[in-house]
Ligand binder design. Structure first.
Ligand SMILES: NC(=O)c1ccc[n+]([C@@H]2O[C@H](COP(=O)([O-])OP(=O)(O)OC[C@H]3O[C@@H](n4cnc5c(N)ncnc54)[C@H](OP(=O)(O)O)[C@@H]3O)[C@@H](O)[C@H]2O)c1
Length: 302
């Protein structure tokens, strides 16, 4: 009898995400087994327990998924998973905490495509502001935008010191301090919105962070605004949740991308990464960088 495909899903949270379980089974995994309240210190033992019970052909049908709510925790756990492998007992691992890696990848890939289609440009040298940038989706989007060439990326949140802490962590962990991401308080938005080429709205569900007034003040510089909040009201005033690069009301030059248009790319990205891990014989380690490559391929196919 052929061994089943088993995905071991570790999360530091109290519950595993039913969304991720559905996604795993729909991508071809036979079983998705959850481990909750997992701490970093647990990861080595859990990983080695998962690999040593299967033959080398069995480990090819075994994978590890890392969930939770924290980008940095998921990346740290992935490093521990990698270090815990004992060849030839090696399995693939995919981190997507709170869906943030695939959501941010979908968002930034859609923004790049909109810049190309509507303004014949890309993220190089652009000024990007990330509302709700202290959360997992916003932090990941900020890192991806900076790595894609944006010259100024500002994470905004309700408290300046928190935004600065998160920005510093993103720079030191993923950019060797070269990314230059900055932290700012939401109440400074009036002073900076006019300089933004791109606005990414990544605040908590149901919170409008960009108002009608902000859109007016953004003037002609604003090129693309994207929102991942699917719960009314939209994170950006006047943005249609289904909008796939529509002109933004009240703006002269900007196009909007709504949460469901981004969600569609996010969904396909997560599906393909789960399939990639399932189908590959050699171990692979997938996080926001591979998610971004796949999301870019998906938006180009449209
Ligand atoms: N479309 C999709 O496929 C998809 C997938 C996953 C998530 N999402 C959505 O993406 C967004 C971001 O997700 P997330 O998990 O990163 O969000 P989150 O952690 O819940 O919130 C992000 C940030 O929003 C800020 N915030 C919280 N309450 C606020 C309020 N009342 N007013 C202003 N700011 C507030 C907080 O920053 P400060 O404390 O620093 O202000 C927080 O760090 C959410 O809207 C979520 O529903 C969409």
């Amino acid at each position: 009898m052929e061994k089943p495909y088993i995905l071991h899903m570790f999360t530091p949270a109290k519950n595993l995400s039913p969304f991720d379980v559905n996604m795993a089974l729909d991508a071809g995994w036979d079983n998705a087994v959850g481990y909750t309240n997992v701490e970093k210190d647990d990861v080595q033992a859990l990983t080695q327990d998962a690999i040593f019970s299967r033959s080398p052909s069995g480990v090819k049908r075994t994978g590890i998924f890392l969930g939770g709510r924290d980008m940095h925790m998921a990346m740290d756990m992935m490093e521990i998973v990698q270090e815990s492998m004992v060849p030839p007992f090696q399995v693939s691992c995919f981190a997507d905490p709170s869906g943030a890696f695939t959501t941010a990848a979908g968002m930034v890939a859609c923004v790049e495509q909109a810049l190309k289609d509507k303004h014949d440009t890309d993220l190089t040298g652009k000024c990007v502001i990330v509302m709700g940038g202290t959360g997992p989706v916003g932090s990941t989007a900020a890192v991806l935008a900076a790595k894609a060439g944006a010259s100024s990326v500002k994470i905004l949140g309700r408290k300046k010191d928190k935004s600065q802490r998160v920005a510093a962590l993103c720079n030191s962990e993923y950019g060797a301090d070269l990314l230059g991401i900055e932290g700012e308080a939401n109440d400074m938005i009036d002073g900076i919105v006019g300089k933004a080429d791109v606005i990414l709205a990544c605040a908590a569900a149901g919170v409008q962070v960009i108002t009608e007034e902000h859109i007016k003040n953004a003037a002609t510089n604003l090129k693309v605004a994207a929102d991942v909040n699917a719960v009314p009201p939209s994170g950006i005033y006047g943005l249609d949740v289904m909008g796939a690069c529509e002109p933004i009301e009240g703006s002269t030059n900007a196009f909007g991308i709504g949460a469901l248009a981004i969600g569609n790319v996010k969904y396909q990205t997560q599906h393909r990464l789960l399939q990639e891990m399932h189908d590959r014989d050699d171990p692979i380690f997938l996080h926001f960088e591979r998610a971004f490559e796949v999301a870019r391929e998906i938006v180009k196919e449209k």
